[in-house]
Design a binder for this molecule. Structure first.
Ligand SMILES: NC(=O)c1ccc[n+]([C@@H]2O[C@H](COP(=O)([O-])OP(=O)(O)OC[C@H]3O[C@@H](n4cnc5c(N)ncnc54)[C@H](OP(=O)(O)O)[C@@H]3O)[C@@H](O)[C@H]2O)c1
Length: 406
């Protein structure tokens, strides 16, 4: 084995250029850890470098192009040639993971992708190594820093539009933020985590997601009175013999470990009977931070064989999931309103946990949290409530995660 370890990098954008710099800066540490000196043998961009030449020379390919093609083709060709691959590409892993895992296993190559989920937070390594033999029951994650930054700004009183503009000004949101604010980016990451935690080859197109575009700062303000804070939460959990993987805004009580995660940070909570709960948090993006996760994968490849990806198991994805809900209504301020609402909720089996009301002249704002029930049942009750003559706005419902670990 040569004392040099040759690395080809595909992409020289935010992460690719940060990685090239970090590799040069940390080469002697990598050498002392692994006994081999990492050497950059080629860089590919749209108008620079040749993939076949880089592939021929490199022992490991770092894919930092993003998107599906040509990243998929390059990663597959690298693995098929027996070259190790490190990638930060959540789209690719969440849509073509099985094909890539099979190619890696068939050709004895490693595929590592720590930076694809939660940036520098080592959640992939923890799930695939530390907790590999643990029966995991549930994962909750704040896996998109852009939306967490926006929600933090909205909690401080900004409107959605103001918070998004601030995120763009500070470089946390792209000019086109739709993948982030729609929840699609988080859904891709939850599909990857579900594969690792449950062996279920969930694809991005199987993960229902709801974003934050429709949220109003009012909801955040009123919910605070009930002790709740709002986050965009990805969930992957075992439920009634099946699985539910989904992304949606959710209120959390202060005792939940994700409740205190603010700004552009990411965090992932893993729950299991054996370990109760662990939470990992840290920066979810940024060139240098992501490059540092990529460098960690590089050192892992050089030091150890990768843990085997658990075999794909069959699974049933559940749709209509039970949840507690926060409900917001604007109503006429007159006797009997709360009783009528409670009655219609009771008809579908919903019971009220807490309620708060604010008078607004002739109107009132009624905000409540109800105990868990299936979403379909809540929606049917809300449709009936929306028809009542004292309703002045369409009722809004947002899920509430009731667990607290205190
Ligand atoms: N940015 C972050 O904070 C972050 C965080 C976590 C994960 N990631 C992931 O890291 C990966 C890279 O993200 P990034 O932000 O660094 O992207 P980026 O700044 O847009 O850079 C992409 C690079 O890929 C090159 N490229 C694009 N199409 C190509 C093609 N057809 N052939 C060869 N090269 C091509 C571009 O070349 P040109 O220079 O010629 O345009 C550019 O150098 C993505 O998978 C992303 O999801 C990023």
């Amino acid at each position: 084995m040569s004392a040099e370890f040759k690395i080809g990098v595909l992409g020289a954008g935010t992460v690719g250029s940060a990685f090239a710099g970090l590799l040069q800066e940390r080469a002697s540490e990598v050498q002392s850890l692994t006994g081999r000196t990492p050497v950059l043998c080629g860089v590919l961009t749209r108008d620079k470098g040749s993939f076949p030449e880089i592939l021929a020379e490199a022992e490991l390919i770092v894919e930092l192009i993003g998107g599906i093609e040509p990243a998929r083709e390059y990663v597959l060709r690298s693995l098929t040639a027996g070259k190790h691959v490190v990638s930060a590409n959540k789209q690719l892993l969440s849509q073509h993971g099985e094909e890539l895992f099979e190619a890696a296993s068939e050709h004895g190559a490693q595929l590592r992708y720590e930076a694809a989920v939660a940036g520098v937070v080592p959640v992939i390594r923890v799930l695939s190594e530390s907790l590999a033999a643990t029966r995991i029951e549930r994962i909750h994650g704040i896996v998109n820093g852009t939306t967490n930054f926006i929600l933090t700004e909205m909690e401080r009183g900004a409107s959605y539009e103001q918070a998004l503009a601030e995120a763009q000004r500070q470089g946390y949101a792209e000019a086109d933020p739709s993948d982030d604010v729609s929840g699609r980016d988080a859904a891709a990451k939850m599909a990857i985590l579900a594969r690792l935690a449950f062996g279920a080859p969930v694809r991005l197109d199987q993960v229902p997601y709801e974003g934050i575009e429709h949220l109003q700062s009012d909801d955040l303000r009123y919910a605070r009175e009930l002790g709740l804070g709002l986050k965009l939460i990805g969930t992957a959990e075992r439920l009634n013999g099946g699985l539910s993987v989904r992304v949606h805004p959710a209120f959390l009580y202060a005792g939940h470990p994700l409740a205190s995660v603010s700004g552009p940070f990411n965090a992932v909570t893993v729950e299991s009977d054996a370990i109760t709960e662990i939470t990992m948090s840290g920066p979810g993006a940024g060139g240098v931070q992501t490059a540092s996760a990529v460098l960690g994968d590089l050192v892992s490849v050089m030091l150890t064989p990768a843990a085997k990806i658990p075999p794909a198991t069959s699974f049933e994805l559940l749709g209509d999931v039970r949840s507690a809900f926060y409900i917001h209504m604007e109503v006429a301020d007159r006797p009997g309103v709360l009783g009528t609402v409670a009655h219609l909720l009771g008809d579908v089996g919903a019971s009220i946990k807490s309620v708060a009301q604010w008078g607004l002249g002739d109107n009132a704002r009624l905000v409540m949290v109800i105990h868990p029930l299936e979403e379909s049942r809540l929606r049917s009750a809300l449709a009936r409530i929306a028809e009542l003559d004292f309703l002045h706005s369409t009722p809004r419902a947002i899920r509430v995660i009731e667990e607290e670990f205190v």
